[in-house]
Design a protein around this ligand. Structure first.
Ligand SMILES: NC(=O)c1ccc[n+]([C@@H]2O[C@H](COP(=O)([O-])OP(=O)(O)OC[C@H]3O[C@@H](n4cnc5c(N)ncnc54)[C@H](OP(=O)(O)O)[C@@H]3O)[C@@H](O)[C@H]2O)c1
Length: 258
């Protein structure tokens, strides 16, 4: 019963930003759980390594060049994934960037556009194209997972505009869930706390990191494996009555004393 509830067998999952970090980890995990996985990102050498590893372990993975800031590339990613592996059951909008430890007064137009286009606009764009695809293929529904962040709720100085993009992504999740329910498409978000990757390196490897970590009730940063249960829940039919929800996975950071 439990195995079936969380099963990914027969499902096709397309993941943006899967060349490293969370995206690569999700691809490996979901493939091991039985899904066919399409990995997209700009660094094709890294994508190829991930795909080779998954396929060598008996999984079914496909690597595709993807720049989420480019509309044509986004459309081609979804089309090529569907051509190779059939209708996409789950889209994970995971690609994300930060602009360094900068305040609102320090960033320039380029920083704003870089972060907002990648973290926010691209999630809308991919979701829009995915919805069109779901309707055209008459597959009967779909599932979108947006990778937000604890910074949407608890931020610190110097996370502008990253934190703003992630807070908006949660609102995007809620509004899209409302509007997509009639298409049978569920939309949820995962808001991880801090886990060491290239996106979080500036903070987690800074001089103030130890002190910052003590502010997390569980007093540790997360590990990739801490996201396994939550992403399986959202990607599988175990969450079939969930839409518009944001799952916070952060060691209690959200409820820490100020
Ligand atoms: N690490 C944390 O503590 C943390 C916490 C909460 C949320 N998150 C979120 O988790 C997601 C994954 O980040 P990560 O921590 O795993 O860092 P990461 O290892 O740097 O992964 C970011 C991924 O996004 C891809 N990407 C960036 N720009 C792209 C573009 N224009 N087109 C396509 N792909 C693009 C990168 O691939 P290419 O460079 O190859 O294109 C890379 O695969 C992000 O949305 C991040 O905001 C991270």
């Amino acid at each position: 019963m439990t195995d079936q509830t969380f099963s990914m067998h027969g499902k096709h999952v397309a993941i943006t930003g899967a060349s490293s970090g969370f995206g690569a980890h999700f691809a490996t995990l979901l493939a091991a759980a039985g899904a066919r996985v399409a990995l997209g990102a700009r660094r094709l050498d890294k994508i190829s390594e991930q795909v080779a590893g998954i396929n060598a372990d008996g999984g079914q993975a496909l690597g595709l060049a993807l720049d989420v800031r480019d509309a044509q590339s986004a459309r081609a990613f979804l089309q090529d994934a569907a051509t190779a592996f059939g209708p996409i059951d789950v889209l994970i909008n995971n690609a994300g960037v930060e602009s360094g430890a900068k305040t609102y007064a320090m960033i320039d137009e380029e920083d704003w556009d870089f972060v907002m286009d990648t973290n926010l606009k691209a999630a809308w764009r991919l979701s829009k194209y995915y919805t069109e695809q779901v309707l055209a293929s008459q597959q009967g529904g779909g599932n979108i997972i947006n990778i937000a962040s604890i910074t949407a709720y608890r931020t610190i100085k110097g996370q502008f505009p990253y934190a703003v993009s992630k807070a908006a992504l949660i609102k995007v999740t809620e509004v899209m869930a409302l509007e997509a329910a009639k298409f049978g498409i569920r939309v949820n978000a995962l808001a991880p706390g801090y886990i060491l990757t290239d996106v979080s390196r500036v903070l987690l490897e800074s001089a103030g990191s130890d002190e910052f970590r003590k502010g997390i009730p569980m007093r540790r940063y997360g590990e990739f494996a801490d996201l396994d249960g939550p992403i399986l829940l959202l990607a599988s039919d175990a969450s079939c009555y969930m839409t518009g929800s944001t799952l916070v996975v952060d060691g209690g950071h959200i409820c820490a004393e100020m």
